[in-house]
Ligand binder design. Sequence first.
Ligand SMILES: CC(C)(COP(=O)(O)OP(=O)(O)OC[C@H]1O[C@@H](n2cnc3c(N)ncnc32)[C@H](O)[C@@H]1OP(=O)(O)O)[C@@H](O)C(=O)NCCC(=O)NCCS
Length: 164
Amino acid sequence: MLRVAGPEDLDDLHAFEVRCFRDHPFRRDHVEWILGNDHALTLVQDGTDGFVAVMMLLFEGRSCRVLSIGVARNARRRGIATRLMQAAEALCRERKIGAVRLEVSTRNLAAIELYRGLGYRTDGVLYGYYSWGEDAYSMTKSLAPEPSSRIPPQAQPSSSININ
Ligand SMILES: CC(C)(COP(=O)(O)OP(=O)(O)OC[C@H]1O[C@@H](n2cnc3c(N)ncnc32)[C@H](O)[C@@H]1OP(=O)(O)O)[C@@H](O)C(=O)NCCC(=O)NCCS
């Protein structure tokens, strides 16, 4: 079950960042900014020992940007990131948002494979995009409307979204 994170999750979210993105986690104040941003949404999957997965979205007019997606190391290759991305797309369709965008390091082969498999296409290379100097691919997926898709619950803190 997914739920929307709130300000009370800040410490756990930052701890997850550090565990999951060992070399380049978001800074705590950046996570705090995301949690406090009315246009952003952080979805988390709780586990017995901290979060199993976290995804951060930023709604930018007619498109949605995936700021971050991470799955705990011991839970990878089980389709969790795939289901998170599909949940994001379902939310976007419900909000009549036509495209999902993201940036991914050109060295992050696991994430690139994930996004390609979901239908994301590279539309540019952002040289020196990251503060540590790595390049990024800009990737986009256009969302066709799905008239019969299930409507997820209202995206409010404490609500949950079933992705199973
Ligand atoms: C990238 C990441 C989110 C994938 O999460 P996941 O839950 O393991 O992904 P899924 O199980 O849904 O994998 C879906 C597909 O992505 C690809 N993929 C995922 N991990 C891969 C890996 N290590 N190597 C190659 N392909 C990989 C595969 O095509 C996979 O399908 P398959 O398992 O049927 O072969 C996870 O590895 C992670 O958290 N990495 C660290 C954080 C990160 O880099 N986030 C992305 C940038 S913000």
